[in-house]
Design a protein around this ligand. Structure first.
Ligand code: SME
Length: 137
């Protein structure tokens, strides 16, 4: 569908814009719920390719956010036991759920190679980004 292709393109541009302009954003991607299934599917992203294109609800930081509907800031990934490693260089992560008409339909996921870089400013900023992205749905 034409509208889906335009949206994918815009999401891809957002990923690159964020990764290229914020020095501690080293991987930026969107995951979306796969229909009524309790799993996330990788959408547009910028950064190294990842093996984790499907993530069951509850698994990893992303899977936990799919269930909790809450922001998840991880200052140090080594301190998390329910964590899916995508790259050995990643030290921290932030995941912000994406709501469309009150429903959690996915999330923006950002990995950083820096320890503990994310602040409440990142949370507020990424909530704003997701609110803009929600308008594309
Ligand atoms: N680290 C994530 C998996 C996705 S990769 O970061 C791209 C997690 O624990 O859910």
């Amino acid at each position: 569908h034409h509208k889906d292709i335009l949206r994918e393109d815009k999401l891809m541009q957002i990923c690159h814009l964020l990764k290229d302009n914020i020095d501690y954003y080293d991987w930026v991607g969107f995951y979306f719920r796969n229909g009524d299934k309790e799993e996330l599917i990788l959408g547009p992203y910028a950064g190294e390719p990842t093996d984790h294109t499907v993530i069951p609800f509850g698994k990893g930081i992303c899977g936990q956010v799919a269930v909790s509907n809450q922001n998840f800031v991880v200052p140090d990934v080594k301190a998390q036991d329910n964590y899916i490693a995508c790259s050995f260089t990643v030290k921290s992560e932030i995941v912000i759920p994406l709501f469309v008409e009150g429903k959690n339909i996915g999330q923006i996921d950002i990995d950083s190679n820096i320890l503990d870089p994310f602040t409440e400013m990142d949370e507020r900023f990424l909530e704003f980004v997701n609110a803009e992205v929600a308008k594309l749905f």
